[in-house]
Design a protein around this ligand. Structure first.
Ligand code: ADP
Length: 266
């Protein structure tokens, strides 16, 4: 009996080891597939702005050779493509720094309303076709601890997504509220929404929902992954509420600094 038991134990251990090897192999294959898919999407995305940029420069070359004047919006159009390229590269750099745990953040007291205004002012000129609303549902100034540039980056990304994924130029609404010790910021759109079965994956690296191509815009699936890390590093949370075909609201929280004690009051 002991002999039989020992054989059973040995077979089970060998079987478990075999299952573990298969699991690791499966994980490794999936990681290679994800990397290959990413390389394919990234090279396509990086090449997309280069094609019109090259055409622009060829026109410049021709016109300057023949002494013709350039159209007034010539530089603006080229700059749009350069900005797109540099945005993609920044996202790739940020994502790799996050993965390596090397992304440094500033920590200074920040009036949250100022951060929101900065992001909205930068966004207004690029979103002229989308009505943009902002509502503050709290009366006092909310001060948080954090990195101004990175928080503007999070809001700018959510605004940019609201624009990208609203092909019918629907309105974009931003709100700021206070919920106890937390500030809550939301960005809502009435765009394409996100299929219910895909919402759980939104903040994963490289994730793009299957309806994303409807928007006609490309993407690397890195922006929300970066946003989640930045908000969590600030002690907050970020999530989405969406109805496929009707629109999406992204919300994030940030811990609010307690108000300083009042001095000089009787
Ligand atoms: P990207 O937009 O570059 O693909 P993101 O990480 O910003 O990457 O977004 C991941 C995916 O989440 C998008 O590809 C899209 O499918 C979905 N998504 C993000 N924001 C919205 C939105 N406002 N409306 C609908 N889908 C969205």
């Amino acid at each position: 009996r002991v002999g039989v038991g020992a054989v059973v134990v040995e077979v089970t251990a060998e079987h478990r080891a075999q299952l573990e090897r298969e699991r690791l192999l499966h994980e490794a294959r999936e990681a290679i597939q994800t990397r290959d898919d990413f390389l394919c999407v990234a090279s396509h995305e990086l090449k997309t702005p280069l094609t019109p940029l090259k055409l622009h420069l060829q026109r410049l070359q021709k016109k300057s050779a023949s002494g013709q004047p350039l159209p007034p919006d010539f530089a603006d159009k080229a700059l749009v493509q350069v900005d797109r390229l540099s945005g993609l590269i920044s996202d790739m750099l940020d994502a790799s720094q996050l993965e390596a745990g090397r992304l440094e953040l500033e920590h200074e007291p920040l009036p949250l309303q100022e951060v929101i205004h900065e992001a909205l002012e930068a966004f207004r000129p690029v979103s002229l076709q989308h009505p943009l609303e902002y509502e503050e549902q709290c009366t006092e100034a909310l001060v948080i601890q954090g990195d101004r540039e990175r928080l503007v980056q999070v809001l700018s990304h959510l605004l940019e997504n609201a624009r990208k994924y609203s092909p019918l130029k629907g309105p974009i609404r931003v709100t700021l509220t206070r919920n106890g010790a937390e500030a809550v910021v939301s960005v809502s759109d009435r765009g394409i929404g996100i299929p219910a079965d895909q919402q759980a994956h939104l903040f994963e690296r490289f994730f793009r929902a299957r309806n994303a191509p409807i928007s006609g815009f490309g993407g690397l699936g890195l922006g929300l992954y970066i946003c989640r890390h930045l908000i969590e590093r600030h002690g907050g949370r970020i999530w989405a509420e969406s109805q496929n075909g009707l629109g999406t609201t992204f919300r994030f929280t940030l811990p609010v600094e307690p108000a300083p004690p009042l001095h000089g009051r009787a």
